[in-house]
Design a binder for this molecule. Sequence first.
Ligand code: BEZ
Length: 260
Amino acid sequence: MNIIWDAQKYTQAFSFVHQYGEDVLELLDLERDMAVLDLGCGNGALTKRLAERGVRAIGLDASAELLETARTHYPDLTFVRDDATAFVLDQPVDAVFSNAVLHWIDRVHQPAVLQHVYAALRDGGQFVFEFGGCGNNRRIHAALEQSFKERGLVYEMPFYFPTIGEYAGLLEQMGFRVTYMTLFDRMTPLQGENGLEEWIRMFVKQPFEDLAEDEKNSLIRRAAALLQSDLLRESVWYADYVRIRGKAVKLCSPGAVHAG
Ligand code: BEZ
């Protein structure tokens, strides 16, 4: 998905994306000077957290806008522009970390991502991730579908939100050993009195691509009205997030020699 991000707004109004990601870092077993790739690093906030833990952190993202913000905020860190479905690193890394990224890549391209993550890791390297899991934002997408339908339009949900079974299967097919995976609800408060409309504008772009601005605004407003009784609580809007979080380890290549 090729998206042009409003990097400033993303960083200011949606900072919860990387703040929640700090919990995911805890799944990594880190040692000083390990090389760790932050796959889909966005504005670089979590790449910085990794670096603060004493590892050699590299941020990788496809968005020029987000990378510019990352480089401006963290000029001492290494950032590269590349695609999660096609990247190749010069040297293998000890761990790949990815927060709130993999749902942007459709089901067809998921094996390509995992293939490149696998190739980027040393034997025994860790892959730690969190993204939108099965049922993520179900109520928001249902309201958008209803709003589109009322105008004779068809809404196609543009994200990949797998079950644990499906994603564990993909990892195992690629040669990973899955050591941990969980799926959980996370109702997430949004900023501002129009928080839900802003969220939709920031994150749900594809379904509106061919529509006029007026029509887009009406569709979003209608979706928010449909959700008011459910997701507006004591004047705070919430997004009904579901996370899939996990850890997988690259199995040693069949011919590798193990000492001890
Ligand atoms: C998320 O789960 O982080 C997410 C999914 C779709 C759009 C925006 C965020």
